[in-house]
Design a protein around this ligand. Structure first.
Ligand code: HEM
Length: 533
């Protein structure tokens, strides 16, 4: 009895010792972690090479500010507010600066001595291929070579050869608009512009449409992607935590890469099929195909280009639907199609919300053309239809399709941007949303006024709106985008009287930014046009 009591006492002592030990260990590690973060905060505030730059406390000291605002989908607004408060440059994160001037646009993106290269963000964007695609190549010299592969295919001259294909897709879209868009609920143009853009991208990259317009159904992947866009932002935040990245590397690769391999494998498959096709049709990839055949470019590189310019999703991958899936794919399919569709949706919204602009555009288009078939790429150029182009410019200014900045890394030994020294290794960019809506550059900046682009007396600083960006890495698809958007808009306005169904829709308020723009429904009724205006 005594023994067992004594034994019980021992057990109790052991438990007490263990508990004390655990508590002390816990306390020790808590102190270590708190001390580490306190030191980090102090270092970021007072000793970091960006310490002199202003910004919100949580942005200067931790990644919390950028995480919170980027995940909310309104980082563009939070950044704009900070620029108004702190000035033309502020600290978005401990190692990240946002600029908001025309001069910064020039200094960061046009700089050649030294060139300010793209940041690590693009490694994430282009992962899955052993060769970087045209948009994700970070080495400047190699990027110049990769861009050269597309210079002929994306030139103004090439548009004439590509016109039949573009026209065919747009005409099919216009026909459906008449058939399905005249109902009470109209058509959701956010979705239909995406369908049109993907069909055109498929034609231009693989010689076959994805058939979205013909089947009147959006690709299921498109819907999945655009309802999961926040995952792109999440990954962009995660890449900034080296510890998390190290832990992520411990996850068996077969768990994380199965789907990515499926998607990239599909791009490779499509590439092989495209290489097997013969014919004289010139499209985005004709030159690349020639180069692959002559051994100057690898098939892997061609697959990577295909995947960024067109939309390559395996039909049978839907069963694997998940946030990871959406992330992998959305990162791979944005350059050539999503951008045009988003710009078209924004332009249409503002046009239909502005009766004066809508009437002016309708008058310009309907007085210029007697029939729909007369409308082609050359007759919709800026010199032929100035108001149409002013409408497009103004739409892309007031809500820029690329509302965030495109991030770059300051090279050694550092660079000077708009008079500010930026040390090597800093991530930096210009906030397009802030600059394009700044009253210093555009009078009545938040009002849709296409006239500002054609009025010779207008004093606005037009360089503050750069929808296609500027410098050696600016958009090479600009001519194609203007042709596609101009043709589509001109034909729609010529053929139908359009009306925005939800008059309470507020595009500026409701769009969210997750690298690309998440857009609300844009329901538009398109009825038979009245005989005369
Ligand atoms: C209205 C439509 C479009 C807009 C607003 C737009 C905008 C942009 C912007 C802002 C960039 C710079 C991105 C960066 O610095 O990372 C870019 C790059 C690019 N765009 Fe576009 N784009 C459009 C249409 C197109 C089209 C139709 C194509 C292809 C046919 C295309 C192909 C590309 C490519 C390949 C790049 C990467 C260039 C490089 O990194 O050197 N874009 N685009």
């Amino acid at each position: 009895m005594l023994k067992s009591h004594y034994h019980g006492q021992l057990v109790n002592d052991d438990y007490i010792n263990m508990a004390v030990h655990t508590m002390l260990t816990f306390r020790f590690w808590t102190i270590v972690v708190v001390a580490y973060f306190a030191l980090l905060v102090l270092y970021n505030l007072y000793f970091h090479s960006l310490a002199k730059y202003p910004g919100p406390f949580w942005a200067r000291t931790t990644l919390l500010w950028r995480f919170w605002h980027s995940m909310s989908g309104h980082p563009h607004r939070a950044i704009e507010d900070c620029h108004r408060k702190y000035g033309d440059v502020f600290r978005v994160g401990p190692n990240e600066l946002s600029f908001a001037t025309v001069q910064a646009f020039k200094d960061i993106y046009i700089a050649r001595n030294p060139v300010i290269p793209k940041s690590e963000f693009y490694d994430m964007l282009g992962s899955g291929f052993s060769e970087a695609d045209i948009a994700c190549e970070r080495d400047h010299k190699t990027a110049v070579q990769k861009r050269a592969l597309f210079s002929t295919a994306l030139s103004v001259k090439a548009l004439t050869e590509q016109e039949v294909v573009i026209q065919r897709s747009i005409d099919a879209f216009i026909e459906k608009l008449g058939k399905l868009g005249c109902t009470e609920r109209g058509l959701d143009l956010t979705k239909w512009y995406m369908m049109l853009s993907f069909d055109i991208a498929g034609e231009m990259a693989f010689g076959e449409s994805f058939g979205c317009i013909a089947s009147e159904t959006s690709n299921a992947w498109l819907d999945t992607i655009f309802s999961h866009l926040h995952t792109v932002t999440f990954m962009d935040n995660i890449r900034r935590f080296p510890l998390v990245l190290r832990l992520a590397r411990l996850i068996p690769t077969r768990w994380t890469t199965t789907l990515r391999n499926k998607v990239t494998g599909f791009a490779r498959e499509k590439t092989t099929r495209r290489l097997e096709k013969s014919g004289d049709r010139r499209d985005f990839l004709s030159n690349v195909v020639d180069k692959v055949r002559s051994g100057k470019v690898s098939e892997e590189e061609m697959a990577a280009h295909c995947s960024i310019i067109a939309f390559v999703i395996p039909d049978n991958a839907l069963s694997l639907e998940s946030w990871m899936t959406a992330n992998t794919i959305s990162l791979h399919s944005i350059a050539g199609s999503e951008t045009s569709a988003t710009s078209m949706a924004t332009i249409t919204y503002f046009l239909l919300k502005s009766p004066t602009a809508y009437t002016k555009l309708t008058t310009e288009i309907r007085s210029r053309f007697k029939s729909l078939s007369e409308i082609d790429i050359s007759s919709t150029s800026a010199s032929q239809l100035p108001y149409l182009h002013a409408v497009m410019e103004e739409g892309m200014r007031i809500v820029p399709t690329a509302s965030l900045g495109f991030s770059r890394n300051a090279p050694g030994p550092g660079v000077t941007v708009d008079g500010h020294f930026v040390p090597a290794g800093t991530e930096l960019y210009v906030s397009a949303w802030t600059v394009a809506r700044d009253e210093r550059y555009f009078r009545d900046a938040t009002t849709f006024k296409p006239e500002r682009w054609i009025d010779p007396d207008n004093q606005d600083v037009k360089d503050a709106s750069q929808p296609f960006w500027l410098g050696p890495r600016s958009c090479p698809g600009k001519n194609f985008a203007y042709a596609q958007m101009g043709l589509t808009l001109a034909k729609m306005v010529w053929a139908y009287d359009m009306e925005l169904i939800d008059q309470n829709l507020n595009w500026e308020r409701d769009v969210r930014v997750h690298f690309v723009l998440w857009k609300p429904e844009l329901r538009v009724r398109s009825g038979e046009r009245a005989a005369a205006l």
